[in-house]
Design a protein. Structure first.
Length: 695
C-alpha cells in the first residue's frame, strides 16, 4: 500500500487525517486506506484527541475510503460508545455503497448513523428491521413470493404437495423447479426472517477472517466467514436453517454467529477464489510436495530466454501441486486458461469442468514456461501451438501428461491430458456392465473372427472398453496387434503401433501391413473413413477378430453409419458380429447420498407402477464431490449381437425405421433403459441419465 501523499504547503506537518471544526462539530477526513495498523493509527490518535478536548460530536468523512475490515468496524463502534457516554456521537458521511453494505453485514449501521443515503434510484434498499414486526402475524414465504408477483398460488400448492411427498424443503423445490431464482427467493426469505441478504463479491469479506475457518470446513458447510466484530461472526450461508452448521462454527471459533444470506453459487465461487489467493499458504502446496518427481526431465543448460519466475521455487511448487491434486482428484484433464484480469485453472472430473483456483494473471507466463520446460518444448515459441509429453512419478505411480498449448487473445491456453495407467480399468469384469450385458460382451469376444464395434461420442469410455477387451483376450497363444492414435497405455505381450500421419502412416496403411503380421486379434483405434472400414471388414471376413470404435449415438445407428461409408451390405452382414453402444454417467457421491420418494409423475412417466413405493437416491453435495452430488462414473450399455434376422435385414440396406423395429421386436435393452435400471439400483440419478443421453 502506498504511503499517503499530503501537500506540505497546505499544513505544517504531513498528516494522514484532515481535521476541521465547525461550531460544536468536528469533521475528520482520513486521506488514505485504513486497512493496516500503521494506517489506522492517525485516525485513532485524532479520535482520542477529540475526546481529550471534549469535542464529542464527530463526523467522520469516508470519501477517500473504499474498504473497511473487521478491526476498522470494532474501532468505530468503540469510539461511538465512548463519544455517546460523553454526551456526543459519531456519524459517518460520504459512505460508499460497498462500505454501507459492510456496515449492514456487521450490524454497525444500527449503532452508527450514516448522514447521506444512496443517490442511485436503482440501488436496492436494505430490508427494514421493522418490516416484519409491523405485520399482525408471522408471514409465510409463499405469501411473500405471491406479494412480490414471483409465484402464483397454484405453484405454491404444487410445491407444498411435493414437500409432503419428498420431504424436501419448500425453497429447494421452488428453486429446483426454476419457478423462482435463488436471488429472488433469498430476498423474500431475508424479508421473512429479518436476516440480511447480500450479493457476495470481493470486498464484502475480510481476508483475515476468512482464514479463521479452514477451507475444507467452509466448503463442506457451504458457509464463509465475512467479518468478526466484537466476537460476533458475520457468516454467509444460503441456508438460514442450518442450525447444526452454525453451532459447529461457534464451537470451532468460540464466537457468536450472525447469519447472512447469500447465493450458494456465490459462496462456492468466493471459497474457490479464497483458496487460490492463499495457494502458497494452504495445504495444497505441502500435502504431497515430497512425493513428486519429474521423470526424464532433461533441462537445457542454457536458461537464456526462460522467464525468471519459471525457475523459482513457488512456481515449481504451484505446478507440482496442480498436477498432484489433479491425480489425487482423478481428473482426466487440466485446463490452464488466461483471461484479461486473472488466470483460471480447471479440472475435468467425471466429464465436467470444475474451477479449482484462480492464480494472478501475472503468474500465467511463468506457469506456461515451467510446463514447457518439463515437456522439453521451446519456451520462446508463443505464437504457434505446441504438443509434448510430461512424465511424473507421484503417489507411488507413474503418470503421463499429454501437453497441448494454443495461443489466444490473452496468452497461451494449456491443456494437460492426465493418463494414469493405475487408475484406468483393465479388467473386463470391472467395467461395470450389468450381468446380461457382460455375458453378451464376453460371447462376442469369444468369437474367433468377425467385426466388433464399440460406439459412442467422444469421452464415453470407448478406448477403456477396447483396452479391457484386449486385456481379456490377451494370452501367450495369441498374436494381438493394435493400431492407435496415440498409444495411451502399454500392455504386455501386445504389439502396439502408433499412427504417424505426418509421414503418411495412416490407420488404413498401417492396417494393411498389420494383416501381413499373422495377427489373431486386431484392434483399430477408430474407423474414420471408408478405406479403413473396408480393410477392417475384409480382415474380419478372412479369419481375424477385429475390434474398433465408431462415433454414433446408439448401437443400431452403427449399421447405418457403416453403410453410409460405402461398405457393401452383403459384406457388412457377414463381417459384423456385434455392436456395443455406451455412455459414462456420474455416480452418486457415497459421502452425501440421501434417499427420497419418487413423485407420482416420475412413476407414471417411467412405468414404475408395479414397483410400489419407489425410493431414489441423490447427492446433496459435499467437499468430497466438489459440491456436485456425484463422484466417479459408471458405464451404461446397449449391446446388439448379430443374428440371422439382423444379417438378413442388413443385406436389404435397411432404413432407420426398419432397424428400430428390429430393436423393438427383439426387445433389445436400450441405453436409457439400462440407465433407469442404474437409477433404481441407487447408482445414479434420472437427471444424469437424461443429461448424458439427451432423452
Amino acid at each position: 500500500m502506498n504511503t499517503p501523499v499530503v501537500n506540505i504547503e497546505d499544513q505544517p506537518s504531513p498528516k494522514a487525517i484532515g481535521r476541521n471544526r465547525m461550531g460544536t462539530i468536528t469533521h475528520l477526513l482520513p486521506k488514505s486506506s485504513l486497512l493496516t495498523e500503521e494506517q489506522q493509527k492517525p485516525l485513532i490518535e485524532a479520535l482520542d484527541d477529540c475526546l481529550q478536548k471534549w469535542e464529542t460530536q464527530v463526523v467522520l468523512d469516508l470519501d477517500n475510503i473504499t474498504l473497511l475490515n473487521s478491526i476498522n468496524i470494532e474501532n468505530l463502534l468503540f469510539y461511538q460508545g465512548k463519544l455517546t457516554r460523553a454526551g456526543g456521537w459519531l456519524k459517518l458521511t460520504h459512505v460508499k455503497p460497498l462500505i454501507r453494505e459492510i456496515l449492514r453485514i456487521t450490524a454497525a449501521d444500527e449503532q452508527i448513523q450514516i448522514l447521506d443515503e444512496p443517490q442511485d434510484p436503482h440501488e436496492e434498499k436494505p430490508v427494514s428491521p421493522d418490516t416484519i414486526s409491523r405485520r399482525e402475524q408471522p408471514v409465510r414465504i409463499g405469501d411473500l413470493l405471491m406479494e412480490k408477483n414471483l409465484l402464483e398460488e397454484d405453484k405454491i400448492q404444487e410445491a407444498i404437495q411435493l414437500q409432503k411427498k419428498t420431504g424436501s424443503r419448500l425453497g429447494d423445490i421452488i428453486i429446483d423447479k426454476g419457478w423462482v431464482s435463488e436471488h429472488d427467493f433469498l430476498q423474500a426469505l431475508s424479508l421473512q426472517l429479518n436476516i440480511p441478504y447480500i450479493k457476495l463479491q470481493a470486498g464484502l469479506y475480510d481476508p483475515d477472517v476468512v482464514k479463521l475457518m479452514d477451507i475444507e470446513t467452509s466448503t463442506r458447510l457451504k458457509m464463509i466467514p465475512l467479518f468478526m466484530v466484537n466476537n460476533m461472526l458475520s457468516l454467509a450461508t444460503s441456508d438460514a436453517q442450518a442450525i447444526a452448521g452454525f453451532t459447529e462454527v461457534e464451537e470451532r471459533l468460540k464466537c457468536r454467529v450472525r447469519p447472512i444470506l447469500a447465493r450458494r453459487e456465490d459462496i462456492i465461487k468466493t471459497l474457490n477464489e479464497s483458496r487460490s489467493n492463499e495457494l502458497m499458504e494452504t495445504d495444497l502446496m505441502d500435502v504431497l510436495t515430497d512425493d513428486f518427481e519429474l521423470v526424464e526431465d532433461n533441462l537445457p543448460d542454457d536458461y537464456t530466454g526462460i522467464d525468471s519466475m519459471a525457475a523459482e521455487s513457488p512456481i515449481i511448487n504451484m505446478v507440482n501441486s496442480i498436477i498432484q491434486r489433479a491425480v489425487h482428484d482423478k481428473a482426466s484433464d487440466i485446463h490452464i486458461e488466461p483471461f484479461r484480469t486473472k488466470c483460471r485453472v480447471r479440472f475435468r472430473i467425471d466429464g465436467l469442468l470444475y474451477e479449482v483456483m484462480s492464480p494472478r494473471i501475472e503468474l500465467h507466463p511463468a506457469l506456461v514456461s515451467r510446463l514447457k520446460v518439463m515437456a522439453n518444448l521451446d519456451i520462446a515459441e508463443r505464437r504457434l501451438p505446441q504438443d509434448g509429453r510430461i512424465q511424473v512419478h507421484t503417489q507411488g505411480r507413474s503418470v503421463d501428461l499429454r501437453f497441448s498449448s494454443l495461443p489466444g487473445m490473452f496468452g497461451e491456453k494449456i491443456v494437460l491430458r492426465v493418463l494414469d495407467k493405475q487408475a484406468s480399468i483393465m479388467d473386463i469384469d470391472s467395467l461395470g456392465m450389468q450381468g446380461h450385458n457382460l455375458d453378451a460382451f464376453k460371447r462376442l469376444l469369444g468369437r474367433s473372427y468377425g467385426l466388433i464395434l464399440v460406439t459412442g461420442p467422444t469421452g464415453s469410455g470407448k478406448t477403456t472398453t477396447l483396452y479391457s477387451a484386449i486385456s481379456h483376450l490377451n494370452s501367450i497363444e495369441k498374436n494381438i496387434v493394435t493400431i492407435e492414435d496415440p498409444v495411451e497405455y502399454q500392455l504386455d505381450i501386445v504389439n502396439q503401433n502408433p499412427v504417424r500421419d505426418n509421414i503418411g502412416l495412416s490407420f488404413a496403411k498401417m492396417l494393411k501391413h498389420v494383416l501381413r503380421q499373422d495377427p489373431d486379434v486386431v484392434m483399430v483405434g477408430e474407423i474414420r473413413e471408408r478405406e479403413t472400414a473396408e480393410i477392417a471388414v475384409q480382415a474380419a471376413l478372412t479369419g481375424h477378430l477385429v475390434l474398433s470404435t465408431l462415433h454414433t449415438n446408439d448401437s443400431i445407428g452403427t449399421i447405418t453409419r457403416m453403410l453410409d461409408m460405402g461398405i457393401e451390405p452383403y459384406l457388412l452382414s457377414s463381417a459384423l458380429v456385434g455392436v456395443v453402444a455406451q455412455r459414462l454417467v456420474r455416480s452418486i457421491c457415497p459421502n452425501c447420498k440421501t434417499e427420497y420418494l419418487a413423485t407420482p409423475e416420475l412413476i407414471e412417466r417411467y412405468h414404475w407402477q408395479d414397483q410400489g413405493q419407489v425410493k431414489l437416491i441423490k447427492g446433496r453435495g459435499c467437499n468430497e464431490c466438489y459440491d456436485s452430488g456425484y463422484k466417479g462414473r459408471l458405464g451404461i450399455h446397449e449391446i446388439i449381437e448379430s443374428d440371422t434376422d439382423l444379417r438378413r435385414l442388413i443385406i436389404g440396406n435397411p432404413s432407420r425405421d426398419q432397424l428400430n423395429d428390429y430393436m423393438k421386436h427383439h426387445e433389445v435393452k436400450l441405453l436409457f433403459d439400462d440407465g433407469l435400471d442404474r437409477v433404481l439400483q441407487g447408482h445414479t440419478t434420472i437427471e444424469e441419465i437424461s443429461r448424458v443421453i439427451n432423452s
